[in-house]
Write a protein that binds this ligand. Structure first.
Ligand SMILES: CC(C)(COP(=O)(O)OP(=O)(O)OC[C@H]1O[C@@H](n2cnc3c(N)ncnc32)[C@H](O)[C@@H]1OP(=O)(O)O)[C@@H](O)C(=O)NCCC(=O)NCCS
Length: 153
């Protein structure tokens, strides 16, 4: 089994994260994932967001997993939990999620939500295995807000 280092997600990880996310299924990438928007997210949420890089072997240094997490002082939110296809079922996503949940607990956040596409075949198995509860009574409503500016800043 490969060894990984879990570290806070920094601005210098963004290009590698984009590369990983482009190659991972069931992840919704949007304009909010543009580099300036992610940098802004990380300024507020660097303490809760993590990456996993291989620490040995031929793939040493390769970014193999990410999680973005943050909170609004009330609830925590998880985004872009993803692991490289060749590195799955080794506990990598569980470890990334643990790191975020521990950090959120340290900020006194007692509940966390994750948004997951319905057609993701592993979602039920993955989240339920880790003790997360599916919320059948909830739907998500979204709309654009006009900021008068094309970017997130
Ligand atoms: C879902 C995902 C993050 C899981 O990553 P991972 O590193 O393989 O996860 P883990 O090794 O920590 O798996 C933990 C447990 O979840 C369950 N699980 C994970 N992937 C599974 C799969 N493909 N089939 C069945 N069970 C699965 C298993 O119970 C597993 O424990 P086990 O390997 O001891 O049986 C990864 O498959 C992925 O990046 N998918 C694409 C993006 C995505 O779906 N993100 C999640 C929604 S936001």
């Amino acid at each position: 089994m490969a060894e990984f280092r879990i570290q806070p997600f920094s601005d210098s990880d963004i290009d590698d994260a984009h590369d990983l996310w482009r190659n991972v299924e069931h992840l919704g990438i949007s304009a909010a994932d543009a580099t300036p928007d992610l940098q802004r997210f990380l300024r507020a949420n660097a303490a809760f967001s993590f990456t996993a890089r291989a620490v040995s072997g031929p793939g040493q240094g390769v970014l193999n997993g990410t999680v973005l997490a943050g909170h609004d002082y009330r609830r925590g939110y998880i985004y872009h939990l993803a692991t490289r296809g060749t590195q799955r079922r080794q506990g990598l996503a569980s470890a990334l999620l643990d790191a975020s949940l521990q950090a959120l607990a340290g900020a006194n956040i007692r509940k966390c939500h994750a948004f997951v596409f319905r057609d993701n075949p592993y979602a039920d198995l993955f989240w339920k295995q880790l003790g997360w509860q599916r919320r059948d009574e909830l739907d998500v409503f979204s709309r654009e807000i006009d900021t008068g500016s094309p970017s997130g800043d």
